[in-house]
Design a protein around this ligand. Structure first.
Ligand code: NAI
Ligand code: MG
Length: 490
């Protein structure tokens, strides 16, 4: 085993206040909340607890920056250049930012450093390239008229993000919003506010004008809901739980805000007997346990064709047993801590429910150590479709294996969920692969791979897994309004 080298120093905590109109300010109420290191359960620092008052100030700053600031009117290419600059500054600080992410979130340093952060930089650069490529059409209408369309920024956007990929979720939301010329009020998750605040500082350093990006840390029902209800916000982009999205939809109805949602899933991962079983097992392991199982697209319902079931279980169990769980700052660690006590308790209650319902716990099922929110990689076999571990998003390192016999059956069972975020198929039969890619009701279908993300490829959910798409050109559409101009030619 490689020698363990801990980072020389803990990341410095620099930004803990609200970032409004280019100023770092305490919450108007003076309140703060604690952010915890989930690997040690110790308090890292306290952060300004923004509320309705702070959101109002942030919306005013964003409104002013949109309505009369230089951002929207600036040459699009220059907007792109500032975004490139931000990406460069993040890249310069990549080690420090990865450490800060690991500290606040509990994810392994090697994933933060070599997974999340490079994707953050890539996302900002990709959308920087779009800034000067957003254009309309000329339309051949009847009569003596010249008709054209323009794509204009939607305005002030409220962006509410979760804690599972804190910086990456911020980048997915800032990228298209900035490229389109929108201004932003972001609320990071209360569990993980630190990297988003640091990013805001880097945006300021990059020269992105004051008021274009505002960050109000705080809780969902207070700061989050105030963003959703504020009449000065034109659009809300949200990533998180579908139940929260239901509240947001209601709250946004008063002002008929544009909404995009990227929600959860219970993604079917289907393994046929004719697949490369080693590759399928490795992809299945990564597709569920990545990020401690805290992925919206986790392949948490594994359907395996009966004749290769035993072999697959053996492979999955072996990988779980050798998986390195522990100190997220250890570069060899593959699985860190769950984000907080609430998530830890929720996951453990599903493990108990699975056992009680009669599923067979092949590996794991227990806490690791007695400090920090670590959970053993857990594998359930003999899972039935109606057990809660097969129907609910657990958001933890808990994989459920279900058996199937034929193609029609697995398509029907795979689709039998109100979610529709992702799906995967493992087979060497190209006809079968196409048939499943066609019939599975999900926003993303991976064939003989899992969790392959690219900034250029749209991502989002069918059914209750979301509304709209993020990433790619599709992701940009949500941040523009179409304007039709019709001019008489006399
Ligand atoms: P959540 O949906 O409550 O939180 C996500 C974000 O929404 C946070 O910034 C939160 O402060 C904010 N929020 C909460 N209530 C709000 C409200 N009424 N108005 C506006 N904003 C609000 O998710 P939570 O409670 O952190 O996790 C619960 C479960 O949600 C997880 O166990 C998992 O199943 C799912 N989840 C899914 C995610 C995904 O990527 N699709 C990410 C995070 C959680
Ligand atoms: Mg919640």
């Amino acid at each position: 085993m490689a020698t363990i080298t801990k980072p020389a120093s803990a990341p410095e905590i620099k930004q803990t206040q609200c970032f409004i109109g280019g100023e770092w300010v305490p919450a108007a109420s003076g309140k703060t909340f604690e952010t915890i290191n989930p690997a040690t359960e110790e308090v890292i620092t306290t952060v300004a607890e923004g509320d309705a008052k702070d959101v109002d100030l942030a919306v005013k700053a964003a409104r002013e920056a949109f309505d009369s600031g230089p951002w929207r009117k600036m040459d699009a290419r220059d907007r792109g250049r500032l975004m490139h600059k931000l990406a460069d500054l993040i890249e310069d600080d990549i080690d420090e930012l990865a450490r800060l992410e690991t500290l606040d979130n509990g994810k392994p340093i090697r994933e933060a450093r070599h997974g999340d952060l490079p994707l953050v930089v890539d996302c900002l650069r990709y959308y920087a390239g779009w800034a000067d490529k957003i254009h309309g059409q000329t339309i051949p209408v009847r009569g003596n008229y010249f008709c054209y369309t323009k794509r204009e920024p939607v305005g002030v956007v409220g962006q509410i993000i979760p804690w599972n990929f804190p910086m990456l979720m911020a980048a997915w939301k800032w990228g298209p919003a900035l490229a389109a010329g929108c201004t932003i009020v972001m609320k990071p998750a209360e569990q993980t506010p630190l990297t988003c605040l640091r990013m805001a500082r880097l945006a300021q350093k990059a020269g992105i004008p004051d008021g274009v990006i505002n960050v109000v840390p705080g809780y969902g029902p207070t700061a989050g809901a105030s963003i959703v209800k504020h009449p000065g916000v034109d659009k809300v982009a949200f990533t998180g739980e579908y139940k929260t999205a239901q509240i947001i939809m209601k709250d946004a109805s008063q002002t008929l805000k544009r909404l995009t949602f990227e929600l959860g899933g219970k993604s079917p991962n289907i393994i046929f007997a004719d697949s490369d079983l080693d590759a399928a097992a490795a992809g299945t392991h990564m597709g569920l346990y990545l990020n401690q199982g805290q992925c919206c697209c986790a392949g948490s319902r594994v359907f395996v064709e009966e004749k290769v079931h035993d072999k697959l279980i053996d492979k999955l169990a072996a990988m779980n047993k050798s998986r390195k769980v522990g100190d997220p700052f250890d570069p060899n660690t593959e699985q860190g801590a769950q984000v907080d006590k609430a998530q830890f308790d929720k996951i453990m209650s599903y493990v108990e429910a699975g056992k009680k319902a009669g599923a067979k716990c092949v590996t794991g099922g227990k806490r690791v150590g007695d400090k920090g929110y670590f959970i053993e990689p857990t594998l359930f076999d003999d899972v039935q479709d109606d057990m809660s571990i097969a129907t609910d998003e657990i958001f933890g390192p808990v994989l459920s294996v279900l058996k199937f016999k034929d193609v029609d059956e697995v398509i029907q069972r795979g689709n039998n969920t109100f979610f529709g975020l992702a799906a995967a198929v493992w087979t060497s039969d190209v006809t079968k692969a196409h048939r499943l890619a066609d019939e599975l009701r999900a926003g993303t279908v991976w064939v003989n791979c899992y969790d392959v993300f690219d900034t250029a490829a749209p991502f989002g959910g069918f059914k209750m897994s979301g509304i709209g798409r993020e990433l790619g050109e599709k992701g940009l559409e949500a941040y523009t309004e179409n304007k039709t101009v019709t001019m008489s030619l006399g």
